[in-house]
Write a protein that binds this ligand. Structure first.
Ligand code: ZN
Ligand code: ZN
Ligand code: FE
Length: 752
């Protein structure tokens, strides 16, 4: 029977080649009709044999185009109409387009084939892209997402490209970044002084990398510093020049085959590595890979951060026979990534030996995204390229709320309607450049969303730069407690807003009482929270200095536990003079900041085990401690409660006893992790008894720790708790802006 269907599709369905794909599908099924973009997404009218139409709809549902993310499909039956063809109608721009710009996507399979096909007119062209792949958000200057509103405006299309662009059956139909060797951007290779080298830029760069050079490579959202990852002296030189003493470098490898020789690569992680997002995956490194990976790539780490080539430039480099490269963001320590050619020569002077550049401008800085595999889903640790500017549906009215985020690992967020749009990782707001990047990014994003904020949300901390920016924004502003925000961001991911148990474990967050919180157990919902348990306070000797120097925390814990006389046996003698000063400070009863930070407890234990006395980068000590854990150890240490305070002095004493008895540090590290899990279980059980709540949220930077996250969620689930961990947003401070927006929305609704 001939019939018609009206199909409405919402989600990320615009700017991802959805209409040409539907057109091709309709041709394959020989059905007539029309497709068009509307403000909510894509609409289709299709006519034909009823069973054919059912399989047509099923095909849309089960295998949409690679970059599409379907949120909903509704299908209505309508009367049959005669349509000899299937046509794409021009977009209707009534009202607001839901998804104006999509994320940058890694080079797709088809483009990879064309890139290496000598008969193709884009053979070895380093800017090949199509409707399904290539730069997007990073090149957009305003909306709508059309070529004149991207940095591709500098490159007028040639006739051949225009023909493809206008042909609905072509796979580059409406590909806004379409280009070819005749009309598009070009690569060039220079010395550090800017002098251009004659010859094939890719071959020159590959040769420089092969012979131990450090090459700055312009990518999608900024520059990378690249070098051969197997050459220790080269990697060491890069480390010295970059002033990045110990923080691990990410690597890029030729393909999954090479990846599998370097890390434990579960089959489930391969689709993630190869996804359009192409993030860096942090995974356990294999043993015996010293020949392939120089020790200085990730000193002292049991893991490696690894990604696959995601631009034609990368692919061409690896086609020259390279297999493993260091590919680290081009910046000094935690500054924003370098994006412009001129800026590169200036900021990377003395770091890069050569530059592989091109003449396509980068509009928006974007770092590589970073994730690690979780028990059920991957966990994003840094959300940037490939993910931004996708929104998250919150089910709450967060319209026109601008959330400023935190201080370190800053990433703001903007609400529109009930969707929240987390912006990319900007970094630590410690420099003028970082603050400028913050402002630039927010402004650009407001233009893309076509939104003017009406309410600001920021951290409770009085001295965060973001707090000052929020106050100076001219908007009414709401301050949100740091750990409340951490937990609310996870709530928003799953849209479950009933009062729940929250473990917010991190390094530093300003508390209601002015103390530095960070080991918090809350019972919370969007409008309020009770702080039911927390790590017992102890002095944070020297304030911020204590966060950078774990040995100070170790000493503070010994002092509190009444066993400070043991300090000389565990602290290296070089630190003894400073330790004397610190002890007299602790005895002086001068007012010290007080903290309940879980991150600082991890610091202290790492120092007591002698594995890390200085955090040369944020989170180093806890990472080293996690790296040590042996999985077959099941022992735990004692702890007690004093009212709402969790007292770990017994544990500290037991750890020192173990050390004195010569127990292996990896056993102690495991027992320590197990003890934290026991503490969580004890808290959760007591709350369940008292409040009858069984849903548990985990958030905060401490849950970047895979061992703790896995053990805690396993144990809690076994005890009948429902456990929810962050997945779309980072557990660290990169995720808090969304939580700030949710709290601000609740408080605005409460006032109205
Ligand atoms: Zn493509
Ligand atoms: Zn062209
Ligand atoms: Fe935090």
């Amino acid at each position: 029977m001939n019939i018609g269907r009206r199909i409405r599709i919402t989600g990320v369905v615009q700017g991802v080649g959805f209409r040409p794909w539907v057109h091709a599908l309709a041709s394959a099924y020989r059905v007539g009709g029309v497709v068009w973009n509307d403000p909510q997404g894509v609409s289709i009218l299709v006519f034909g044999e009823s069973r054919t139409l059912d399989t047509f709809v099923e095909a849309i549902r089960t295998s949409p185009p690679p970059l599409a993310r379907i949120a909903s499909i509704t299908v209505e039956t309508i009367p049959y109409e005669e349509h000899p063809h299937f046509r794409i109608l021009p977009s209707q721009k009534k009202g607001r387009v839901e998804v104006a710009v999509t994320p940058d996507a890694a080079t797709c399979r088809d483009c990879r084939q064309e890139l290496l096909d000598p008969s193709n007119r884009r053979y070895r062209y380093p800017f090949i892209n199509c409707t399904y792949c290539g730069p997007r958000y990073s090149i957009v200057t305003s909306v709508p997402y059309d070529r004149p509103n991207t940095t591709m405006v500098d490159f007028p299309m040639c006739e051949a490209c225009r023909a493809e662009y206008e042909d609905p059956s072509d796979r580059r139909y409406h590909a806004q970044a379409i280009c070819c060797p005749r009309c598009g951007p070009h690569l060039f290779f220079t010395h550090a002084d800017g002098h251009r080298c004659e010859g094939d830029a890719i071959k020159l760069a590959a040769e420089a990398l092969r012979t131990g050079g450090i090459v700055a490579i312009k990518g999608i959202g900024g520059f990378h510093l690249a070098c051969d990852a197997s050459r220790e002296e080269t990697v060491l030189r890069l480390r010295q020049r970059k002033r990045r003493e110990e923080k691990p470098f990410a690597i890029m490898v030729r393909d999954t085959e090479v990846a599998a020789t370097l890390i434990d690569l579960p089959p489930s992680a391969i689709p993630l590595l190869e996804s359009p997002e192409h993030p860096i995956l942090i995974a356990p490194r294999r043993v015996g890979i010293e020949d392939a990976i120089a020790p200085s790539v990730a000193p002292g780490h049991r893991t490696l951060g690894l990604m696959l080539p995601y631009t034609p430039i990368h692919l061409l480099l690896f086609a020259e026979g390279l297999t493993v490269l260091v590919m680290t963001s081009a910046n000094l320590s935690d500054e924003p990534i370098v994006k412009d050619n001129e800026e590169a020569f200036e900021r990377l002077r003395g770091i890069a030996d050569f530059f592989l550049l091109h003449d396509r401008r980068i509009q928006t800085r974007l770092d590589d995204s970073v994730c690690r595999s979780g028990r059920e889903r991957p966990v994003l640790l840094r959300r940037a390229r490939g993910y931004v500017p996708l929104g998250i549906e919150t089910g709450r009215i967060v319209d026109r709320i601008l959330a400023f985020g935190g201080f370190l690992k800053n990433a703001p967020a903007i609400g529109r309607g009930s969707a929240i749009y987390p912006l990319q990782h900007i970094g630590d707001l410690e420099t003028t450049l970082a603050i400028e990047t913050f402002e630039e990014t927010v402004k650009n994003f407001q233009a893309i969303l076509e939104i003017t904020p009406s309410l600001a949300a920021c951290d409770l901390h009085p001295d965060y730069p973001t707090t000052h920016l929020a106050e100076a924004s001219g908007l009414p502003w709401i301050r949100v407690q740091h750990h409340h925000a951490h937990l609310l961001s996870v709530m928003a991911e799953v849209r479950q807003y009933e009062r729940a148990i929250g473990f917010a474990f991190d390094g530093t967050g300003y508390g209601d009482d002015g103390a530095i919180w960070g080991g918090e157990v809350l019972v919370f919902d969007p409008s309020s929270y009770d702080r039911v348990f927390h790590l017992a306070y102890l002095p944070l000797p020297g304030g911020d200095q204590a966060a950078k120097e774990p040995w100070r925390m170790a000493l503070a814990y010994l002092h509190e536990a009444g066993i400070e006389e043991l300090w000389e046996r565990w602290l290296p003698s070089s630190l003894h003079p400073k330790a004397h000063d610190l002890l007299s400070l602790l005895h002086s009863h001068l007012p010290q900041p007080r903290t309940s930070s879980m991150g600082r407890l991890f610091d202290a234990v790492a120092s007591l085990l002698g594995i890390c006395h200085f955090n040369t980068y944020e989170g180093k000590a806890p990472m080293m401690l996690e790296s040590l854990v042996r999985f077959d150890e099941e022992g735990t240490y004692p702890f007690t409660f004093a009212g709402s305070a969790i007292d770990v002095h017994e544990m500290i004493r037991a750890i020192l006893r173990d050390r004195e008895a010569g127990v292996d540090p990896s056993t102690i590290a495991a027992r320590f992790h197990r003890t934290i899990v026991m503490i969580m279980l004890a808290c959760a059980r007591e709350i369940r008894e008292k409040f009858s709540i069984r849903r548990v949220f985990l958030s905060g930077g401490v849950f970047a720790n895979a061992v703790l996250s896995n053990w805690a969620s396993e144990s809690l689930q076994r005890q009948g708790f429902e456990v929810i961990l962050p997945s779309l947003l980072p557990p660290n401070d990169g995720g808090i802006a969304v939580g700030q927006a949710i709290a601000a929305a609740a408080s605005r609704a409460g006032v109205a």
